[in-house]
Write a protein that binds this ligand. Sequence first.
Ligand SMILES: NC(=O)c1ccc[n+]([C@@H]2O[C@H](COP(=O)([O-])OP(=O)(O)OC[C@H]3O[C@@H](n4cnc5c(N)ncnc54)[C@H](OP(=O)(O)O)[C@@H]3O)[C@@H](O)[C@H]2O)c1
Length: 332
Amino acid sequence: MQAVFQTRNGKPDVLLRGELPAPTCGTNDVLVSNLATSVNPRDCLIRAGRYQLQFLVPKFPLVLGSDCYGRIVSTGAGVSGFKKGDLVYGLKNPSHGLGTYSNQVSIPAENIALAPNTISTDQAAGVPLCALTAWQALVDHAELTTASSSHAKRVLVIGASGGVGSFAVQIAKALSSKNRTVYVDGICSTANISLVQSLGANRVFDYKTQDIKKLNGEYDIIFDTVGRNSPTTCRHLLSLDATFVTTLPTPGFIFKHWVSKFMSLLSISHIRNRVVMVKPNQVQLREITRLIEQEAIRPIVDSVYSMAEASKAHERSQSKRAVGKIIIRTQT
Ligand SMILES: NC(=O)c1ccc[n+]([C@@H]2O[C@H](COP(=O)([O-])OP(=O)(O)OC[C@H]3O[C@@H](n4cnc5c(N)ncnc54)[C@H](OP(=O)(O)O)[C@@H]3O)[C@@H](O)[C@H]2O)c1
């Protein structure tokens, strides 16, 4: 197969394009002719050998990549529900072997869903990891859809123009219903205000001109996709029964997450701390597909690269200025 791979850790220029043996399709896997993948910030950490869970990363030659999108070429003997020719997308974490920077991907069938037929290849390839992260932060951790309270839910997304943030704004809005109004505000830089408004945010704050410490508001959920804030820096913005979710799995946040879970178990009232650690989830990915097909979610593409340009794609990700997703087409 054609792949982008590395034989040592280092800067973006360690990424090489070349031929590697094709993956084998396990009993519960499907083999996908992969059309495109996306760059996630953790790819750059793994490439450099600085990822927190580096021990889970396969050995060299290492093929990075978590998102895959393409047609099923074959299915393992234990797979039901998918067939050759289905257009699917899905997520592979380090524990599943990564490997989506390539034109052939073997992926557990339980990690995939039928892909939306209303969006482009580039848009679809950026969906699984970021949309699932946003879903799991808002629904699993912050319980946005739990029917316990009748009042409208107020959500603040920090980093609203990034890969995760652009999905979070749209998913939170899309989960408004007859019985549950969701107001979503976003924080981003000046240049991205109109984009975040177009994603459905009710109010957008510009962190270049407005200090978060001086903002007014009361939120039930603050989702920090950037990892620069904490429940302490946001205390004045959190309601008494609020949840603060971060994407940053530092030891401190993970400790607070488990203390907070324990307090929740004991029904002790407090501001909940949560760290999201994205996992594949077929049911959630199907829901995301449905919302994309209903045009409630519009995946945003920042830029598109060929496999030969993978190092440029990593440089773009490391700039931390991506607006939506950085895509690598894996057939070029
Ligand atoms: N734990 C998990 O399971 C998990 C899953 C996915 C991602 N993550 C982590 O979550 C973080 C975000 O991921 P991503 O894919 O969304 O990254 P990304 O697409 O690279 O994020 C880029 C965005 O960050 C925004 N940004 C940068 N500095 C900011 C600041 N000070 N305040 C507000 N926004 C700022 C930029 O917006 P402006 O240009 O407008 O500033 C840009 O749109 C990364 O650290 C990633 O590793 C964790």
